[in-house]
Ligand binder design. Structure first.
Ligand SMILES: CCCCC/C=C\C/C=C\C=C\CC(=O)SCCNC(=O)CCNC(=O)[C@H](O)C(C)(C)COP(=O)(O)OP(=O)(O)OC[C@H]1O[C@@H](n2cnc3c(N)ncnc32)[C@H](O)[C@@H]1OP(=O)(O)O
Length: 297
């Protein structure tokens, strides 16, 4: 059964699920340990001659954005940002078939409000740092990239996707019974326009590469084995533009969107915590996790 079809089953399943109290974790059916490994989740290769860094996301199995992952990602990004020799960043995945599965659902399920708040702050931080980066940022999307994975790609300046029809990309939050926050929505609308975003977000659309190219969600498709060379070629074109002019232009385009979150950060965290700890939302997340597990059997 496809995930999309499986998700439809969530609704009928949810009536069968046991109830549990607000903020109280239901029985743990899922491995909560998967992302606690101490091996680095990000590998950065920096070439001082070209001034370009490649960030490889390597957090098995699907580069989900856990608190640990996001913390490591932001530290890596900050180091590159502070290095005046680094002018460009390519983000890609070392995991087969997946760029990033988006936010780690286990970080949102059965967790205390305090922990959920800490997690959301890290998600905000990742977006603020990447969307506001002075560097040229290119997403080399070599696998599926739903929800938060799509956000991460949208936050870059340019997106190249592997032309593999089984890969999908999109903000599919509504399929999980959750709502894409306003700054996810703003980032997508800034890229593909209001109408496409309105429809995609309501329907939780996941696009295959050609559809994604058609709506402007990605800028270029290439065979998977050429994704890094294509990203490097595009980077060379962008590097030819004087940094200060490009950076001021980027900031002019993105600042109003960034300011909107910056001036509402605490309220946004509170909003997220209130929303995600609701019984009904926890129930949807649980059903979704069960579907992801059952997909294999
Ligand atoms: C009104 C006020 C609004 C305020 C705002 C409030 C709330 C907003 C809240 C949240 C916003 C969230 C955005 C998100 O990013 S939610 C995450 C959405 N992600 C998904 O839906 C992706 C789900 N995964 C997949 O579709 C597939 O896994 C994928 C296509 C990525 C890969 O498929 P593949 O077949 O290769 O791998 P699987 O067998 O499915 O998975 C392997 C393994 O990984 C686990 N897993 C997958 N995705 C996640 C995830 N996102 N988080 C945690 N774990 C994940 C999966 O369960 C398998 O585990 P295991 O069986 O090996 O243990």
């Amino acid at each position: 059964m496809s995930l999309r079809a499986a998700t439809r089953v969530t609704r009928s399943l949810s009536g069968l699920l046991p109830r549990w109290g607000h903020g109280q974790a239901p029985p743990l059916l899922f491995s909560q340990q998967r992302n606690n490994s101490t091996s680095p989740k990000i590998r950065v290769e920096f070439n001082p001659t070209s001034g370009v860094a490649v960030m490889h996301m390597q957090s098995p199995p699907v580069n989900s954005l856990s608190l640990d992952f996001l913390t490591e990602f932001c530290i890596g990004l900050e180091k590159l940002e502070m290095d005046k020799g680094c002018r460009g960043l390519i983000i890609t995945s070392s995991q087969p078939k997946v760029f990033s599965a988006g936010l780690d659902i286990l970080e949102m399920y059965g967790k205390s409000p305090e922990r959920c708040g800490e997690f959301w702050k890290a998600v905000q931080e990742m977006w603020l740092k990447l969307y506001g980066s002075d560097m040229i940022t290119i997403a080399a999307i070599n696998g599926s990239s739903p929800a938060g994975g799509c956000l991460m790609a949208l936050t870059c300046d340019y997106r190249i996707m592997a032309d593999q029809p089984r890969y999908t990309i999109g903000l599919n939050e509504t399929l999980l019974g959750i709502v894409a926050p306003f700054w996810f929505k703003d980032t997508m609308a800034n890229t593909v326009g209001h109408r496409t975003t309105e429809m995609a977000l309501q329907l939780g659309l996941l696009y295959d590469p050609s559809e994604a190219l058609n709506v402007g969600l990605v800028d270029q498709l290439v065979p998977e084995d050429q994704i890094l060379s294509a990203a490097t070629q595009t980077m060379t074109k962008w590097l030819a533009i004087p940094d200060h002019a490009r950076q001021i232009t980027k900031s002019m385009m993105r600042k109003p969107t960034i300011d909107r979150l910056t001036s509402n950060r605490e309220a946004d965290i509170q909003n997220f915590v209130n929303f995600i700890t609701k019984d009904s939302i926890q129930k949807s997340l649980r059903a979704y996790l069960e579907i992801l597990k059952k997909k294999k059997t």
